[in-house]
Design a protein around this ligand. Sequence first.
Ligand SMILES: Cc1cc2nc3c(=O)[nH]c(=O)nc-3n(C[C@H](O)[C@H](O)[C@H](O)COP(=O)(O)OP(=O)(O)OC[C@H]3O[C@@H](n4cnc5c(N)ncnc54)[C@H](O)[C@@H]3O)c2cc1C
Length: 385
Amino acid sequence: MHCSNDNCDPLHFDLVVVGASFAGLVAARTAAHRGLKVAVLDAKKEPGARVRTTGILVKEAVAECDIPAALTRKIPGVRLYAPNHHYTDLYAPGYYFLATDTPAIMRWLASEARRAGATLMFGARFENATLAGDLVHIHGLNIKTRYLLGADGAKSQVAKCFSLGRNREFLVGMETEFEESPTVDPDFLHCFVDAQLAPGYLGWVVPGAGLTQVGLAVSDSPFGARRKPDFTKFLERIDSHFALWNCEVKAKRSGPIPCGGLVSPLSTRRVLLTGDAAGLVSPLTAGGIRLAFQYGRRAGAAISEYLQDGGADPGALMARDYPRFGLKTWMRRAWSAAPPNALLNATLFTPPMRALAQWIYFQKRGNGRNSQRPKNANAYPSLPQ
Ligand SMILES: Cc1cc2nc3c(=O)[nH]c(=O)nc-3n(C[C@H](O)[C@H](O)[C@H](O)COP(=O)(O)OP(=O)(O)OC[C@H]3O[C@@H](n4cnc5c(N)ncnc54)[C@H](O)[C@@H]3O)c2cc1C
């Protein structure tokens, strides 16, 4: 498809997107629909390969790009566990999360971008590029483009190549997929607060789309000490609730999650970052997929207007548009101090902490007073505490 020899005639595009994932594919679809000649480069072999996410979507993510319902499963509530195994249930009326068949969603997003007219190149790793005049020349792949969008994830090579802002603070996430287990109540995201096992974030058990996902993420300590997730210990910790020890392991994954807020600078002439590459991840929930959809699409539209109609510089526009996460970044840094488990046990279910948890998971979408198990949620037996 592409010529890797810089002596061949280069391929010319209006927009090259690096990264065929949530942000890049949505941006490519939007720009191609608007008439740009678009290419998407990705180092992986095919769209559903090497998924590095749990893939939970908030309800609003569907509104951003009409994900087919058949690839998702609704989860109405959150069950929050204290270190001493006590738990509380949180809901917001009418609200839900979605577990997803993430590889299938990736393939669907790729087919949407292709259908809009974008050229998708897999097995095409972006290494280096330079700007000459109004064209970015991508070396090695011998491609020239009028604009380059870096949607290449937490450790963006586009950001490195153009000396743009880089993510500096990360959570480290680790997840195993098991076969679907009847011991996991499907009406909840099961979230485990534990300063020993998941300092700075959480552990989770997700009744996924046809499987059970178990993971945890940790942050480094605010005093600089490295922390690593201990998955075996976490499995032991949740054994009394879910007894997953005899379930077949289907897949394992791990990866960095940016949690330090927006990078700066976000752009230079003819080059812009979006998605994880730009630091577009909520520092509190570590969710980045909805933001990737929302701002990937905006970036695609802004680049189209810039190239076609002399619109405003996309970098300047997005610097105003992308969220900054100021308060959330500081709250997450405080959480990374990992208050002792005894304190968490004593305070987690007090009204102020419950209200805080309700806000983190549901924000303005509901309030603690109304948080009842919805009528359509199944009554489901839990293992004894
Ligand atoms: C363990 C874990 C669990 C998570 N769970 C959730 C969750 O449940 N819900 C949620 O909302 N968020 C979650 N996140 C965060 C979420 O996955 C990211 O925010 C989201 O994937 C960002 O999408 P993106 O398109 O910006 O980048 P990515 O999904 O990171 O995609 C980047 C793409 O760029 C490609 N690429 C990278 N470098 C190059 C290169 N040099 N050349 C060519 N291609 C390249 C990669 O192959 C990849 O396809 C999780 C993250 C992790 C690590």
